[in-house]
Design a protein around this ligand. Structure first.
Ligand SMILES: Cc1cc2nc3c(=O)[nH]c(=O)nc-3n(C[C@H](O)[C@H](O)[C@H](O)COP(=O)(O)OP(=O)(O)OC[C@H]3O[C@@H](n4cnc5c(N)ncnc54)[C@H](O)[C@@H]3O)c2cc1C
Length: 431
């Protein structure tokens, strides 16, 4: 027999490399495989991550100076639209009151390097897994090859698919799909720019959500090395560039918002337009005999709220614990998988529902205009400092969406008193 590992992980970005690091901390003999080389970009991803994700990275000793090198700290998230102006200060969570719009190529490379430093973790870059090995109904390893090399077979007690949304492992094991939502599909397009003018309302690096047109919105985020990520997300049928015309299409859509046009005056687009069409929403079966799924391969959801990397890191943490319980004989593999599935769903499911609801309200209401009193009420609610505080805590995963939902009626009542006073004071002081 050739090499044998406790765990083989297929896919070496946020989920795979952080799972490998956690198994490395336990001394579990692990092989981490990635078909790409690093630094390189993932299939498509915009870059926002919050302190909730950074805390999970602290736990595995990932170096913030490496993964967020030369990346500005964003302390406020703004929404600048015709109905209301949101200004959400990110609350202090885990000693950090900031988010990053990371350089994904740098971030993923840093996480890979972090995993590689554990003695029990072997790594193979530019190695593509093409199939799985089976003993009856049980997965026992992988078949794959280095670029330009010959086919190799490597066995393991457990094979983990950390291979993203279009997971090959999930396909080969015929993993069941659950909670699939295709009713409001979205697409996302983005590019990086240099010399974008700062957001006029802020003297610090910022992330600002703007209106697009009917059915789509935009987000402008200050990112690494003086770049700014300019993304747009909307109804899939509306963000469908004609073949070979992505750049023209993207620029034309950006021009819909004069505030963005003003910020882009004199700026230069420094990357191609990238993106993803009809982004999926689902959970998959967590695992089976000899296999498990983690990260996007297990749970993928719309990127509107920027929670995908957190989910990838959190599912990796839970799976590392499940493997620990199994290896120590505290649980059977079936029990460990059930525990993993329950733990991750209890942390991710509420946010999943909330994001799907946000997609429907923000991108699929087709500009059904609200009566004037409702617009004013919405503005008062959204601009209320108590609401901003709750939204900040939600983004950083300090509270679940249910808490925001429960608190909203009471905040709305308070906002009806506070907002007129605030507006009166603003006018009076200005006068
Ligand atoms: C358009 C878009 C925008 C997003 N924006 C954000 C955001 O702003 N913030 C946020 O937190 N999240 C965002 N996300 C989500 C985030 O990108 C994902 O949740 C995250 O990348 C998942 O990490 P992962 O490790 O599970 O999978 P991936 O990052 O997809 O990594 C999977 C890896 O597996 C490798 N692989 C696949 N098959 C094989 C094989 N057969 N052999 C070897 N290797 C293989 C691939 O090369 C890849 O490197 C966005 C997603 C999309 C689609």
């Amino acid at each position: 027999m050739g090499q044998h590992y406790d765990v083989i992980i297929v896919g070496g970005r946020p989920a795979g490399s952080t799972l490998a690091a956690r198994l490395g901390q336990q001394g579990v003999r692990t092989l981490l495989i990635e078909r790409a080389e690093f630094p390189s970009l993932p299939a498509a991803s915009s870059p926002i991550i919050y302190s909730s994700a950074l805390k999970l990275l602290d736990e595995i000793g990932a170096d913030e100076n490496a993964y967020a090198h030369n990346t500005p700290r964003i302390r406020r998230i703004y929404a600048d639209n015709s109905q209301f102006q949101l200004n959400i200060p990110l609350p202090d969570a885990n000693g950090r009151d900031y988010a990053y719009a990371i350089d994904r190529a740098r971030f993923d490379a840093a996480l890979w390097n972090n995993a590689s430093r554990f003695p029990s973790v072997d790594t193979r870059l530019e190695f593509t897994v093409t199939d799985l090995l089976w003993a009856g109904e049980r997965v026992t390893g992988i078949i794959g090859q280095s670029h330009g090399g010959t086919e190799e077979r490597i066995t393991a007690d457990i094979v983990v698919g950390a291979d993203g949304r279009f997971s090959m492992v999930a396909r080969k094991v015929n993993a069941a799909e659950r909670d699939v939502h295709t009713e409001n599909p979205t697409s996302l397009l983005y590019a990086y720019w240099k010399n974008v003018k700062p957001y006029p309302e802020s003297s610090e690096p910022s992330a600002v959500a703007y209106e697009g047109g009917v059915g789509f919105g935009m987000l402008v985020m200050d990112s690494a090395d003086g770049t700014t990520a300019v993304t747009m997300e909307g109804q899939a049928d509306l963000l469908e560039p004609p073949a070979g015309k992505s750049k023209e299409f993207y620029l034309e859509k950006l021009a819909a918002n004069p505030k963005i046009t003003a910020r882009l005056e004199g700026a230069e687009m420094v990357t191609n337009v990238r993106g993803m069409r009809k982004i999926g929403n689902m959970y998959r079966q967590a695992g089976g005999a000899g296999w498990a799924l983690v990260g996007d391969a297990y749970h993928q959801h719309d990127p509107l709220d920027g929670q995908g990397i957190f989910n990838a890191l959190f599912t990796a943490k839970s799976l590392a614990w499940a493997i620990r319980y199994y290896k120590r004989g505290q649980m059977s593999w079936e029990e460990a998988l059930e525990w993993y599935d329950e733990t991750t769903r209890s942390k991710t499911y509420g946010m999943y529902r909330q994001t799907l609801a946000n997609v429907k309200t923000n991108l699929y209401n087709n500009n059904q205009s609200l009566p004037g009193w409702a617009v004013t009420g919405l503005r008062w609610l959204m601009e209320d400092p108590t609401m901003a505080d709750l939204l900040g805590k939600l983004m950083t995963r300090q509270i679940p969406p249910e808490v925001v939902q429960m608190a909203t009626p009471a905040i709305a009542v308070g906002a009806m008193v506070r907002a007129p006073l605030r507006e009166f004071r603003k006018r009076w002081l200005a006068f």
